[in-house]
Design a protein around this ligand. Structure first.
Ligand SMILES: NC(=O)c1ccc[n+]([C@@H]2O[C@H](COP(=O)([O-])OP(=O)(O)OC[C@H]3O[C@@H](n4cnc5c(N)ncnc54)[C@H](O)[C@@H]3O)[C@@H](O)[C@H]2O)c1
Length: 320
């Protein structure tokens, strides 16, 4: 049995579907945080609700007692925790740094405590490319310790990785932090650029573009991320390890908008805005470690992934 936190979210719902398809039993945890609409999260769960091997507990990871109660019926049968629940979003974290640290660091620590107390031997953390921050040495490698986060969201993810090191050292828990690089695909979070831009293009509205369009992102298709998590569930080497899950192929903001416009069949209207504080100029993953040790390789090119995303949007499932 796998415990998945953040199960009602974008990545969490895809992961739960995959784990069930693989024959696993899944307990999901989510508090339906109001960062975005609950109705969207309920739609994310549509393929999971009612599945005989899936259950969802509505609980806040900051509430240690409620977490322990949620786990109690399954004590002894949980093999691994995949911890995806978090306060997400870089820019909003600038206005709520304490809250981000509470959920992303304290909440993670509650889950690590739960793992230690219940003999759960594997913990996978959704970390983020943002921990590298403004480190100029790209592509970023996991053994580069020059981590220079520039937002409370990023520092909370780094602190969560460190908390994991403590528990792997003290309690022998296998702790793997997967540093995701901008994830996109069907059900993408509505606050992320691709989702916002796609909505605007479809409605013929201008897209606010921060900076001159030269910022670059290493976009990763959600199916590839899910594959990486599944591979991490079988990883038997070091007890503490960090893995970049990115695409090793950066896309400029201007090119992202062009691909999106072409796929949607409408010309984007661009409205230039200044770069935002907290935004890093580029993200770029060196993924050789994940290739060599997990056997992971991203299989979906950016144009293919965008086609899948647009197919989902136009199928009506992405309406808010
Ligand atoms: N999407 C990306 O591009 C990206 C990139 C890097 C890292 N990540 C990480 O991957 C994970 C999943 O991201 P996502 O894009 O699917 O986000 P998401 O917001 O869709 O999913 C996160 C889920 O966590 C839940 N949650 C938030 N606070 C909670 C709490 N206190 N208790 C219980 N549940 C809580 C939310 O309700 C939500 O359903 C996050 O940890 C995020 O930081 C995502």
């Amino acid at each position: 049995m796998i415990l998945v936190t953040g199960a009602a979210g974008f990545i969490g719902s895809h992961l739960c579907e995959r784990l069930l398809a693989d024959g696993r039993t899944v307990v999901g945890i989510d508090n339906f945080d109001p960062y975005y609409d609950r109705a969207i999260k309920e739609r994310n769960l549509a393929g999971l609700r009612g599945h005989p091997r899936f259950s969802l507990v509505e609980v806040d990871i900051c509430d240690a007692d409620a977490l322990a109660d949620a786990l109690a019926p399954h004590a002894g049968s949980v093999e691994a925790i995949v911890h995806l629940a978090a306060l997400v979003g870089v820019r909003p974290s600038l206005d709520a740094p304490v809250r981000y640290h509470e959920v992303n660091v304290l909440g993670t620590t509650h889950l690590l405590e739960l793992a230690a107390a219940n003999g759960i031997g594997r913990f996978i953390l959704a970390s983020s490319s943002s921990v590298y921050g403004v480190n100029p040495r790209v592509p970023w490698r996991e053994d580069d310790r020059d981590l220079l986060p520039i937002s409370p969201y990023a520092s909370s993810k780094l602190a969560a990785e460190m908390a994991g090191h403590v528990y792997s050292h003290l309690h022998g828990i296998r702790f793997l932090a997967l540093r995701f690089f901008t994830v996109y695909g069907p059900r993408q979070r509505p606050d992320l650029a691709i989702a916002r831009f796609a909505r605007a293009i479809r409605e013929g509205l201008p897209i606010p573009v921060f900076g001159d369009g030269t910022t670059r992102r290493d976009y990763t298709y959600v199916g590839d991320i899910v594959e990486g998590i599944v591979q991490a569930l079988g990883y038997e080497d070091e007890r503490y390890a960090l893995f970049n899950l990115g695409n090793d192929n950066t896309v400029a903001l201007a090119d992202m908008i062009e691909v999106l416009g072409e796929t949607l069949g409408r010309a984007p209207i661009i409205e230039r805005r200044p770069l935002q504080p907290g935004d890093v100029p580029q993200t770029w993953a060196d993924i050789s470690r994940a290739r060599e040790r997990l056997g992971w390789r991203p299989a979906t090119s950016f144009p293919e992934g965008i086609r899948e995303y647009v197919r989902w949007l136009e199928g009506g499932s992405g309406e808010e």
